[in-house]
Design a protein. Sequence first.
Length: 477
Amino acid sequence: MPYSGSRGPAQQVPDMSEKPWGGRFESPTDKFVEAFNASTDVDARMYAEDIAGSKAHAAMLCAQGILSADDLHAIKSGLDEILADIENGDFEFTIALEDVHMNIESRLTQKIGDAGKRLHTARSRNDQVATDTRLYLRSRTDTMIKRIRHLQSVLVELAETHADTIMPGFTHLQTAQPVTLGHHLLAYVEMFDRDAGRFSDARGRMNHCPLGSAALAGTTFNIDRFQTAAALGFETPTRNSLDSVSDRDFIMELLAAASISAIHLSRFSEELILWMSAQFRFVDLPDAFCTGSSIMPQKKNPDMPELVRGKSGRIIGGLVAILVTMKGLPLAYNKDMQEDKTAIFDAFDNLEGCLRVFGDMLPGMQVNREIMHAAASSGFATATDLADALVRAGVPFRDAHEIVGKSVGYCIKADIELHAMDAAACSAIDARLSVDMVRDLSVETCVAARNHIGGTAPEQVRKQVAFWQKNLESKHD
């Protein structure tokens, strides 16, 4: 969870002897630079991961004979106290100490003395931040996948309810062919499943531990990187120290996954906004997820879908930001990389909020079945089925296409639908067009005829619902 404790006002800037890196400096950092340089407001949320990484590192140093058992006990006890202080709101982060790592290490040294100063043996902030960020994002990725799975479950339940609800399917936002609402909703289930897969794949690739890579070249101490990796739940240590501290492609990949998921939510938002308009009236969203107008009393605005649509741009912006930040950086660590967390934290916070809004909002959506059915029955949505009927009667498809096109032109002038054409009109257009063909053009018949895997027929929708119910149940286990 994001850091929510009390940070309080920034403390007085310490003299350079109090800076963990200040030994070679003679004059203090400029006060504006002090604030500009700090990342504490962004990375303080990683306090639990930083403490977990320090405990694992200290335990390994002790096991290797680099740190005494007494020092290990003091470090663990001190870190436990600091964790409790932070979670109780009793820890004051300061920008004078730049980041979460130095804030915690400085407080630890205040509490336990020299043992706290020994903790940083055989590591650097470079491998420390790379480790903390992976730990934090690993947990947030797991939460994101759970949010996506919940939204999928909501959509599957709605699809089951609306397996027979007929609506117009669109291409170019023009009426194309009739489909079922259940089929339409299941399209998003497929999209979100790929989103969850992308997050899962990215999680696997980042689940390798950089700790022990130190600044860039490793360390001269006899460390056991497999021990720290295992203690922190990583699959293995990373294999190259330079890559370990300079790699941020795991953030790029997570931001790409987040951006794609946000695009799916944005497309869905756009449809809900259209469907709720007076021109469509297909659905009505719950009052709890809409707002009114300060001047127009009749308004009920779909603000949550609109906001989700807007936040997609913000999330995509985070991806662009990290790509541009990283594209010109030489190996290994560079200060530019401090900007990585701003982008990914903001994207994850917003995407998780978007997924929650949709998961909570959709169960209360009211569907106007009659209006959807009427819309599907107009606009010549059954024209393709008439062409298919001609093909089954032996007419080449291109000829059938032309015959139906002429039929649509006739109906537009006569202000009727295809199924209302009489025998005289049919024979006047083409002798191969029979009135029985047009009489069979109900939207129910057209939808039911698409009874194959991937089709919109209610029978297929119910099969897909059953598949997803079983599939999602296994993923929740």
